[in-house]
Design a protein around this ligand. Sequence first.
Ligand code: AVJ
Length: 332
Amino acid sequence: MITTPTAIDSLHIRYLEQIKAIDSTENGQDVRQGLQQGAKTLPPRYFYDEKGSLLFEDICNLPEYYPTRTEAGILQEYALEIASITGNCELVELGSGSSSKTRFLLNAYQTLYSSLNYVPIDVSGEILAASAKQLLSDYSTLKVRGLVGTYEQALAQLTPSSLPTRIILFLGSTLGNFYPQQSDRFLAQIINALQPGDYFLLGVDLQKPKAILEAAYNDSQGVTAAFNLNMLAHLNWRFRGNFALKNFVHRAIYNEKEGRIEMYLDCLRSHQVRLESLDLTVEFRQGESILTEISRKFNLDTLEQNVQERGLSILQTQTDDRGWFGVILCQK
Ligand code: AVJ
């Protein structure tokens, strides 16, 4: 059920591989499960159909949404240092999207080394194809092997590195989408995919005052609201559903106790929704909400400790001047 990239020319199509589905998420069991609970939830990965990935790009350019800009600044400043510490290696990126921040790293590796091997992984085949094509025309020595699938699928099916060393990139604070237990399991999977000596570069959003966080997820142009609601449109085409987007409104709050943004779709009137391919009918009551995303905000010390307890050594941690975002370079 993963979208197959369509509009890419034959020269580039060999750079994209569809990953085999290896879990139950592909037939929508995760959607069924989330909507059949008392407190309804939907998995954040359903934000990212083609339209959702483009809306996320728009979010990254919003004045209120500081994470992308802040992380990009850190990467720009330290890319050469990171590349010289790791030596030449294959770059594997989880959730590569448009790969725009990754360009700072690609530039650095291209400057220092003769070969440039990049393995972007994303659930959106369209975005992956478009960005792979653009990268290939911009970087003369680049080899791209794009993988379309979920992180779990990709990590479980990663083939041996094309170079003696590999660095796995997990940027943009996507780790924040996972609950603590899930993120522990996910970090273990990443570490398992690394050989001793391989590297891991992790970018995370840090705790900061509530007002700054809530503004970042309730932008004045309503782009985040459109992004949140687009998940329902995505479910409509993917599972032949009939969600009426006008029945829901976007809401994002910072839960200080849990240290996380919670993003909801609040239901405005009682109604039924049908998802034909799942043979599923869901009752919605006025005033109930669907939790579509958590975005955890981390404490650097706690996270560093967690990573070290899993057997990684931390080589360096960089933050911006305001201490809003952190980028941690680790080695197995
Ligand atoms: C891509 C998961 C890091 O949590 O900030 C942006 C997604 N959601 N605005 C985040 C998102 C609403 C983003 N991550």
